[in-house]
Design a protein around this ligand. Sequence first.
Ligand SMILES: Nc1ncnc2c1ncn2[C@@H]1O[C@H](COP(=O)(O)OP(=O)(O)OP(=O)(O)O)[C@@H](O)[C@H]1O
Ligand SMILES: [Mg+2]
Length: 463
Amino acid sequence: MAETAQKPKTKSTAPDQAFEPWEDPNAKPLIEFRGVTKRFGDFTAIDDLTQDIYEREFFALLGPSGCGKTTMMRMLAGFDMPTAGEILIAGQDMAGIPPNKRPVNMMFQSYALFPHLSIWDNIAFGLKREGRGSDAIAERVEEMLRLTRLERFARRKPHQISGGQRQRVALARSLAKAPKLLLLDEPLGALDKKLRQDTQFELMDIQEKTGTTFVIVTHDQEEAMTVASRVAVMDEGRIVQVATPAVIYEAPATTYVADFIGDVTLIAGEAKAHESVVEEVVPEPEVAAPEPLVAAAEGERAPQPNALGEWLHDRLLTRVLGPRKAAPKLLPAPEVAAVVEAPVAAPKAAPTEGLAIHWAAGQPPLVAANAPPDWAGKRVTLALRPEKVAISKARPEAANALQGKVIDIAYLGNISTYHVELANGSMIKAQMANTRRISRRDITWEDDVWVSFSDTAAAVLEE
Ligand SMILES: Nc1ncnc2c1ncn2[C@@H]1O[C@H](COP(=O)(O)OP(=O)(O)OP(=O)(O)O)[C@@H](O)[C@H]1O
Ligand SMILES: [Mg+2]
């Protein structure tokens, strides 16, 4: 049994107890993949992969079918040898070390229990093979049964318990020998959603109690986000990004990651320096303008149209020129739930730095303040999570506001997702928390609406 004196720190402990050994240059990894390649014939399943995993981590491998997740685990467990590169566990090179001599246990994608043995004997199996004394075995099996809440089923055979319970037996069996490292390949694949969620929490609990390092493979992105200290997103034998679930979600490294994890709207366009937007500001209508709010600089148009100009633009010019481009000067969008009744006259903020992304003819450029200004001139993609996009009937005060029509509404209980089609045919997903009763929610199919988001809402990705 792993020592229990030191309280394990994992993702699920309080957030102030940060567990981030990967940030510590002195931390020694438990697992080191160093330039590992695995080929089957001329097919490269793992491609020059280098990755550290630390003790007590709950490390999730996420990626589409066939990207090499099981292959990585099999090499770690010793069932497959790398074609090139090396794998170290606790500083020791694993080359030539057979599976049963490694401090690793692997629960396979298709775990098999012994059908003729009781649950109790299934869990005891590996311990008996190790030749432990019967008292020690009994004690350990009882402990595992308690941990996985299977005490009541100890005497039954595998066919006499449910699928979820069988999965827990497989887990108990894998944990019985107290491996330093437990590899779980789709451990919850057979469970329905509810049981799956319960078991995820159980797994996290077990991991904390035992201090085992877990590497888990899953197809299910939500599951990876729930259980993992770090998530590795894989694509065709390579790790594309490794980070905490929050970073993977909020700051995906590539459009592949953004698209793979969670719901996202991707908008590709050409980045220009933000100043160019200010210069391109819609010409002031040629109407006598009383009391200009801002004096125009020499040889330059006033960046802020006066009140009459704004009125005219909104009533008439918007059809030709698109919405007014004064938006960057305004405050970021308020929180989603508050937007419907957004105040019309929000105080105006200083102009933001950043990029203006020109993405579609007839649509205003989108302003992003969270990208390096030297990306101007590049093709970029904005990755926009629906919960960062507000929807309203009135024109909102936001850095980015686009007009469209509601095509579809997905009601998800606590939130609704609106699919809004813009005039140029592109779709944007917006989400609204359902904090009020249905009768008071006033946006429905075919409604003309505004979708809006702040200038830091989208992740800006280089193409
Ligand atoms: N023994 C083998 N011989 C030849 N090719 C193999 C072998 N094992 C795996 N592969 C190939 O290597 C690639 C990676 O396989 P792997 O089993 O690691 O995928 P995976 O990411 O676990 O997929 P899944 O999510 O479907 O389980 C696949 O294209 C697979 O066909
Ligand atoms: Mg697999």
